[in-house]
Write a protein that binds this ligand. Structure first.
Ligand SMILES: [Zn+2]
Ligand SMILES: [Zn+2]
Length: 576
């Protein structure tokens, strides 16, 4: 079954679900029910919330409907007739949808003698073709995604061609739920959201999370410096005038936070680009020193609707590992190719070995000349081809200032996560009048490449938590070693080991409380600490450590020296 057939099957299943809901609660109003990635949903207007037992009842009724194998029958209605038809049934959402349809006739589908829905189709011929489905969850959803409109209830479901495929998918969902970073983050004391007190879409890093983040940031800074990038830092707010010159005010204003300082308009930066350009322009650049590469861990703020915020993945304030490469036109290809290599090196270190690459082209709303767009798109495409990298084209999905390459990581469960982006830009250097001096002493316009490798550090952090199910590899673990002295007599020895390891830069905690050994071992494993080290009488007299490795269990007794050597190697090699 290809993707389109699967979508048709799933969408058909949403009709059957709506029919079941209407049969069980005739007073409910129905809204829309499309297929989505891995399933479908339908939105309903119902006063009382759907309960888990309601979903079971709906599933049961759906099975009864499917058993009768009703056919999906299409018919046409004039707009006026359709409005009257749905108005009489009290289906106000359908009426609103019909009013927005420009055509004179609208398409209607009926399932057997049952549910009649406004729909363009397509559907399966017969609802009997729906073999394996499950209803998954209920969530609130605003009518038309608008928080000023009615809050509806969205029932999510999934549907597969066979029971086996459905079972496999449900297993994956269960595993994904266990790895949900919104659950693991607070559980492992990494981060939290204080939505009511502090605001939505804003992240607080607790000591454990701040440590992981420091490790990520130190690493990424070092890797940038190794590859000829220079570190810069720019302010969080800039004058509105600058955003006008840069084009952001015109093309991005709805995503920005504006306010006044000294009676002048300012905006919190949604991007770091104009700041880097000001630094570039602070002096004259010769063709010989190109490319200039500036890197910043730049924190930006963007307007996002409350309804789309999601854990660390969709937030209002986040930090990008943002760089801008200013180069000559003849350098674009090499810079893009080097950046692609850079991306893959970093992803390997973080334990990702699979990804999908997308090339996004000119959107409807854009700045810059057509010639420049064509040149930039070709440069990106040629770089991918020369590196023999498979990619998919996303027509019209580029940034307003240029085409881009996006890298989506495949995690341990095979799910895709947006991370790196490489974007060509001919427009900003023009708007902000950037120049370099060529070999004839003439002023030329540099080309700008925006690139982020982790993307948003927040989103990347969330991806890492789910990829590793919270069990970070040694080099990223907030605590690497958990020390347990068995009896009080071993506390000084444990203290000594703790200090030795800390002096060597390892992150160690000790639990010397008067609790059972089992309880303390359980604490270490619940915290997902890579090594639990148990120190008893024998270990103390022989100056050794009894080591338990996360996921592998008991690995035996080692000399302190050998243990340090083991830790050092594992950390340096970034073993996952
Ligand atoms: Zn339909
Ligand atoms: Zn940029």
């Amino acid at each position: 079954m290809d993707e389109q057939q699967l979508n048709t099957l799933r969408h058909s299943c949403s009709h059957v679900m709506a029919q079941a809901v209407k049969e069980l609660w005739p007073e409910i109003k129905v809204a829309i029910g499309p297929s989505i990635e891995n399933g479908f949903y339908y939105d309903f207007d119902k006063k009382e919330p759907f309960m888990p037992e309601d979903l079971k009842a709906i599933e049961k009724r759906m099975r009864q409907i499917i058993e009768k194998k009703p056919e999906f029958k299409q018919s046409q209605m004039s707009k006026a007739d359709a409005i009257k038809f749905f108005q009489d049934k009290g289906e106000i959402y359908k009426v609103e949808l019909i009013q927005d349809i420009p055509d004179e006739k609208v398409s209607i589908y009926q399932t057997g003698e049952g549910f009649i829905d406004l729909c363009k189709g397509p559907h399966v011929k017969n609802a009997g073709e729906i073999k394996a489905f499950a209803l998954l969850s209920v969530a609130g959803a605003y009518w038309r995604g608008d928080e000023k409109k009615a809050m509806l209830q969205r029932i999510y479901g999934t549907c597969f061609p066979s029971q086996n495929e459905l079972k496999e998918h449900l297993k994956l969902l269960e595993e994904a739920q266990k790895r949900d970073h919104r659950k693991l983050g607070p559980q492992l004391d990494l981060f939290n959201f204080y939505q009511d007190e502090a605001g939505a879409g804003l992240i607080f890093y607790h000591p454990n999370g701040a440590m992981v983040r420091k490790l990520i940031e130190d690493y990424i800074k070092k890797e940038n410096l190794k590859r000829g990038y220079e570190l810069v830092m720019t302010p969080h707010m800039l004058k509105g005038k600058l955003w006008e010159t840069s084009g952001h005010a015109g093309y991005y204003r709805e995503n920005m936070y504006y306010f006044k300082v000294d009676n002048e308009e300012y905006a919190v930066k949604p991007m770091n680009c104009p700041g880097h350009i000001l630094i570039y322009k602070s002096r004259l650049h010769s063709y010989r020193e190109m490319p200039v590469r500036y890197f910043e861990l730049g924190t930006v703020y963007r307007q996002e609707k409350a309804g789309v915020l999601h854990g660390l993945l969709r937030v209002r304030g986040f930090t990008q590992d943002d760089a801008h490469i200013f180069c000559r036109e003849d350098q674009i290809r090499d810079e893009v190719k080097n950046t692609i290599d850079f991306v893959f090196d970093i992803m390997k270190d973080f334990g990702f070995d699979k990804s999908e690459i997308e090339l996004s082209t000119q959107p409807a709303k854009f700045i810059g000349s057509q010639k420049n767009w064509d040149t930039a798109t070709k440069a990106l495409e040629d770089s991918l081809k020369e590196k023999n990298i498979a990619y998919k084209i996303n027509p019209g999905d580029g940034a307003f200032y240029g085409p881009k390459i996006d890298v989506k990581l495949k995690d341990a469960l095979g799910r895709l996560w947006q991370c790196a982006t490489i974007q060509c830009d001919f427009a900003l250097p023009e708007r902000l009048q950037m120049v370099y001096v060529d070999d004839q002493g003439k002023e030329q316009r540099p080309i700008m490449i925006h690139r982020a490798i982790l993307g948003s550090v927040e989103r990347f952090f969330g991806t890492l938590v789910e990829h590793y199910a919270g069990a970070f590899p040694l080099w990223l673990a907030p605590t690497q070693v958990f020390l347990i002295p068995i009896r009080e007599q071993q506390i000084p020895y444990a203290q000594q080991i703790k200090e030795d390891l800390q002096a060597k830069g390892f992150r160690v905690i000790m639990n010397s409380r008067n609790e059972t050994l089992d309880k303390r071992i359980r604490e270490g494993s619940l915290k997902k600490i890579p090594y639990i080290v148990i120190l008893g009488e024998k270990e103390m007299t022989q100056h050794t450590v009894a080591v338990r490795k996360r996921g592998a269990g008991d690995v035996g007794v080692l000399s302190v020296e050998d243990f340090v050597k083991k830790l050092t190697e594992e950390q340096q090699q970034k073993i996952a």
